[in-house]
Design a binder for this molecule. Structure first.
Ligand code: SAM
Length: 286
């Protein structure tokens, strides 16, 4: 055990917690635990103001990141965990921090976070990779946007993190980039090597920090952004005049109205261009 895996909070070291509660990692639940307190505290610090706003943590597992968040001054954590085996380990954290940790035993894809928070909240999580993009798209779909959401500080596979922040013209640029960058300012805070996890995943991971942008009366509806990006990137090698046939009766006319060359391809269009097309759909040009 390294010094960083010690128990500065008076609770047992995480390796002991995992052994005592039989929390052997389950692949089906995307379990890759972080045991290094230096790292989990760094993630907690990247989240911003957690001392005056609620934190929603997805998948606390044995509680490493949860404990780091509490050590960094989290006011109140709502932790959503699907693995019932984690409850006993988390009960020890609840006892050490009375009133600060609420455990919601549920599938995070099904939970309505608004039912559990007491006001504005930040999402912080070392996400299960099998559902990480589904969870992100769920949060990016909060309506009205951004409602209670103050920020998201999330661990993804590096490849997914790169898709989130990708610029037009790059290979990683796609639907996830457009929807993420429309809704949020997003940046990769730092990378985390596979060896930081127990058991190690096959790939490098990255922490992405995302802050919601305010929507204005000029912003299109989410539904139209989803439709336009699905059509354009569903056939990303095709020119827009072909790929947009799925959503516009007159794709060339739509491109002209949006100030886009109909011979352009999806991967080269910037976010404002997609928003211009989505606004046309909202205006009934479909
Ligand atoms: C990558 S592990 C992170 C564990 C812990 N937070 C850490 O950093 O060591 C992902 C966690 O998400 C949980 N999980 C997986 N699928 C879930 C779901 N659908 N809803 C809620 N939690 C889920 C797993 O049981 C696991 O505890």
């Amino acid at each position: 055990m390294s010094a960083a895996e010690g128990s500065e909070d008076g609770l047992p070291p995480l390796r002991e917690v995992i052994a005592a509660h039989g929390l052997a990692a389950k692949k089906s639940l995307g379990q890759h635990f972080l045991l290094d307190l230096n790292l989990t505290r760094r993630i907690a610090r990247a989240a911003g103001d957690i001392g005056s706003q609620d934190v929603i943590e997805i998948g606390p597992g044995p509680g490493g990141l949860t404990r780091a968040l509490l050590m960094e001054g989290a006011r109140r954590i709502i932790a959503v965990e699907r693995d019932d085996r984690a409850a006993a380990a988390l009960a020890e954290v609840q006892a050490a921090y009375p009133g600060k940790l609420e455990l919601v035993q549920a599938d995070a894809l099904e939970v309505d976070e608004a039912d559990h928070i007491s006001g504005p909240a930040r999402i912080v999580a070392n996400l299960p990779y099998n559902i990480s993009t589904a969870l992100l798209l769920k949060w990016l779909s909060i309506e009205p946007w951004p409602a209670w959401l103050m920020s998201m500080t999330l661990m993804f596979q590096k490849e997914v993190a790169e898709r989130i922040v990708a610029a037009p013209g790059s290979k990683a640029y796609g639907r996830l980039s457009v929807i993420s960058q429309w809704r949020c300012e997003a940046f990769i805070a730092f990378d985390v090597g596979a060896r930081a996890f127990t058991p190690p995943p096959k790939v490098v991971s990255s922490i992405v920090h995302m802050t919601p942008r305010a929507m204005t009366g000029d912003d299109p509806t989410l539904r139209s952004v989803e439709r336009v990006t699905a059509a354009a990137f569903g056939q990303r090698r095709k020119m827009l005049r072909a790929s947009l046939k799925q959503v516009f009766a007159d794709p060339e006319g739509a491109c002209a109205s949006a100030g886009i060359a109909p011979t352009e391809r999806a991967e080269r269009l910037d976010v404002p261009a997609f928003l211009a097309l989505a606004r046309l759909l909202d205006a009934g040009a479909g």
